[in-house]
Design a protein around this ligand. Structure first.
Ligand code: ADP
Ligand code: ZN
Ligand code: ZN
Length: 735
């Protein structure tokens, strides 16, 4: 037997393992992840390495291979665990070991070790408020943001100010010069802003935290689903659990979707845990990222907070992983290995003897089903936590009826009346437009053709007034004035995007001050924060936006949420479209009435009877789950069945046809003996052509998901074995 071994674990070239012979005496001890000693280089000095793959056949002449010298004892090291995790990813998601290793191991970077700073405000509260009133001139928005943050926290870590508040040196300098802000060097391990618990937990929160602590204390490790409606105080429960696990000397990973990693959220954790936390996000450079990794590896920090990739923080004594908003699509990786963070976290928790907590107001069907079957332990929070905060009153408007009764406006009569009322009372309004599954395309009224990208099989999207852009390849053309297929001059946009909605709102409510947040207005760095801060500071009455405005922010004065085109996402070609719609509507409705005044929500839809709409209006997850799980069972979709997709792509259409059909036949033969396996396809991918590459998919539905491994071997030998299929790339995807 032969083993591939990597010598320097955080080297860029983890893709270059070295092959060694496994001597018979070590055969039993050698598995993936084991730490070994091997002779290396000309002098054959003994070096430490890790086994990343075991093979029956050598890749080099066997007589040239050296033997593994011995096994090092501490095989439970975090490196071993991460390598085993990579192996599991390779097996489960059909990637190569190299792709999996690159996902879990950091790439070593030269880093400038710079001191970490703290920004300390020295003003009294009164002087600070005066300063806020007087703020004007250059960088005024950013300065205001910082001063307002100081009103809550006199000390703010530099990285939080820079990352979450987007404060630049040019904003800071005048404040330092005027003696308002002092910059101090942060001492290692000195808890700087830790203030302990801030609220008293309510009964549900206490019950959840107690159950976790009792079981954890008794040595029980398992997966919990913390299911609590929006605003029920899940974050406080996380912090209790974290506190407990940290007090036992173990470490914690907390995953939060990037879009929810706001200043308010991050500071809540800083206030409670001080400098023991590190925060990751995708804006960090490779060097900064590596530095955070090192801080975790050396024990300088014991909590890692961040999006998906924070899951691989190299904590040697990991005790708890928490995944907030576990239903979020962003937890699934879009590059190989296409892992799902929830599944990978279960595996990491298992390898490291840690517990896993999944939290959501709208749990994924997968998680709730496992909670029902007893595989997960369900912890429920039943009501909103903050005093006086209640769920908003939700109404549904049938837009077909509006039309029948002569109202052709985008605003139903009920929403319009409520908007007038709130504007008169100087309360704030959010208008949410569901753009999922919707694209602002241009079509021809004469021939009906939509204008398409010449390289990809999708319609072009209108940006601004006269630019067409392909969202897949970036191709851009000016808007033409005649249809490219038939020459007709009658071409026009379809449906209402955020821009259109802004125009319509302006003309209907000319006195209202409006802010818009979407991909266009937030393209520049820091604009996201600017817009939210301006809205929080009451610089506008109405905030119009896409799903972006749904997450993470509490505006106490928002007492009306209008949801436009609620059903657009019900028509996307995706078996999860009802689930996604329900989640979006529930989260959007949950934005209203966060403060002490009760809120109203109006859902405008063309399918008022659809259960995703009615259940969201009633904020009734259980009802939604009952209906949706029945649909999934009937249709044999996940979580009732496992669904794997194998994507074939090639620039040569005929080669692609041949290859995917052959693969289909091979798989058919293979699964004939397996009961409950169904093969669908090959069919064209939802977007058949991207960047002039054609794509076809084979779907495999099965009761169990452990046949993928055999299938992959078959397909590998097909594509490797035939010169013709050189141009075909294969990717695996598990739903
Ligand atoms: P979730 O994460 O479930 O959406 P949060 O933990 O963010 O909820 O809590 C929502 C709001 O309620 C926050 O402003 C929080 O400070 C407040 N809150 C949470 N728990 C309590 C409590 N026990 N007493 C008073 N306020 C609370
Ligand atoms: Zn035409
Ligand atoms: Zn394109």
């Amino acid at each position: 037997m032969y083993a591939d071994i990597i010598i320097d674990i955080s080297h860029e070239r983890v893709d270059r393992p070295f092959q060694y012979l496994i001597p018979d005496r070590l055969l039993k001890q050698i598995t993936v992840g084991v730490k070994v000693q091997v002779p290396f280089g000309k002098g054959n000095t003994l070096r430490t390495g890790y086994v990343v793959e075991i093979k029956e056949k050598p890749e080099f002449a066997p007589e040239k291979l050296k033997e593994i010298a011995g096994v090092r004892e501490e095989s439970v090291s975090v490196q071993s665990q991460l390598i085993r995790l990579a192996w599991w990813m390779r097996e489960t998601y059909g990637s190569t070991m190299n792709q999996a290793l690159k996902t879990v191991l950091p790439v070593k970077q030269k880093i400038k070790v710079r001191e970490k700073h703290l920004y300390c405000c020295v003003l009294t509260k009164e002087r600070l408020l005066e300063e806020i009133k007087q703020a004007a001139g250059k960088n005024y928005r950013a300065r205001l943001r910082l001063l307002e943050a100081f009103a809550e926290n006199p000390v703010i870590p530099e990285e939080v100010a820079k990352e979450q508040l987007q404060i630049s040196d040019s904003t800071l300098r005048p404040l330092i010069e005027r003696g308002i802000v002092e910059v101090k060097i942060k001492k290692k391990n000195a808890p700087s802003v830790s203030a302990g618990r801030s609220v008293r937990l309510n009964r549900d929160q206490m019950a959840a935290a107690d159950r976790f602590r009792e079981e954890y204390g008794a040595g029980i490790r398992k997966t919990y689903l913390l299911y609590g409606i929006t605003g029920s105080g899940k974050t406080e429960v996380y912090m209790e659990m974290m506190d407990y696990v940290l007090s036992l000397g173990r470490q914690v990973i907390l995953l939060i979707p990037e879009i929810s990693l706001t200043y308010q959220t991050v500071m809540r954790f800083y206030r409670r845990f001080g400098d023991r936390i590190a925060v990751m996000n995708s804006r960090l450079s490779a060097g900064e990222r590596y530095r955070e990794w090192e801080r975790a590896a050396t024990g300088e920090v014991s909590v890692m907070i961040g999006p998906r990739s924070a899951l691989f923080a190299p904590f040697s004594n990991l005790g708890l992983i928490i995944i907030d908003e576990e239903h979020e699509g962003a937890y699934k990786s879009e590059t190989m290995p296409r892992y799902h963070a929830v599944e990978a976290a279960r595996q990491r928790a298992l390898l490291g003897n840690a517990s896993l907590v999944l939290g959501s107001a709208t749990p994924s069907l997968e998680s709730f089903q496992r909670a029902e079957s007893g595989e997960y332990t369900l912890l429920r929070l039943g009501s909103r936590a903050a005093a006086g905060s209640v769920l908003p009153a939700v109404e549904i408007t049938d837009m077909r009826a509006e039309m029948r009764e002569g109202n052709k406006s985008v605003f139903g009569r009920r929403l319009e009346a409520l908007m007038e009322d709130r504007l008169a009372r100087r309360e704030q309004i959010m208008l949410f437009i569901n753009r999922r599954g919707y694209s602002n395309f241009i079509s021809c009224r004469s021939c009906g053709e939509a204008i398409r990208c010449p390289h990809c099989d999708v319609s072009l999207t209108l940006h601004g007034k006269n630019r067409l852009v392909c969202h897949y390849c970036g191709y851009t053309v000016p808007l033409m004035d005649r249809c490219p297929s038939c020459g007709s001059p009658y071409i026009a946009g379809f449906g209402a995007g955020t821009q259109k909605l802004e125009e319509l709102t302006k003309s209907r409510f000319p006195a209202a001050r409006i802010l818009r947040m979407d991909a266009d207005t937030t393209a520049r760095k820091g604009m996201h924060e600017e817009i939210l801060a301006a809205f929080a500071a009451h610089e506008a009455d109405i905030l119009i936006g896409t799903q972006m405005i749904v997450k993470g922010h509490d505006f106490a004065d928002v007492t009306l949420v209008g949801i436009m085109a609620a059903d657009l996402s019900l028509n996307t070609p995706d078996f999860r479209c009802a689930e996604r719609t329900f989640q979006l509507l529930t989260q959007a409705a949950g934005r209203a009435g966060r403060g002490s005044r009760p809120g109203n929500v109006v859902i405008q839809t063309y399918q008022p009877e659809h259960y995703a709409v009615t259940a969201a209006a009633a904020q009734d997850y259980d009802e939604f789950y009952r209906q949706e799980i029945a649909f999934r069972r009937l249709m044999q979709y996940p979580p009732a069945y496992a669904l794997s997709g194998i994507l074939f792509s090639s620039p040569e259409e005929d080669v692609l046809d041949l290859c995917s059909q052959r693969a289909g036949r091979l798989i058919e033969e293979l699964v004939q003996s397996e009961p409950g396996v169904r093969l669908i396809g090959p069919v064209q991918a939802p977007v058949y052509k991207v960047n002039d590459i054609y794509r076809k998919i084979l779907y495999i539905k099965s009761k169990k998901c452990d046949i993928l491994d055999k299938i992959r071997d078959k397909i590998d030998s097909l594509t490797d074995g035939d010169e013709k299929f050189r141009s075909v790339a294969v990717q695996y995807d598990i739903s």
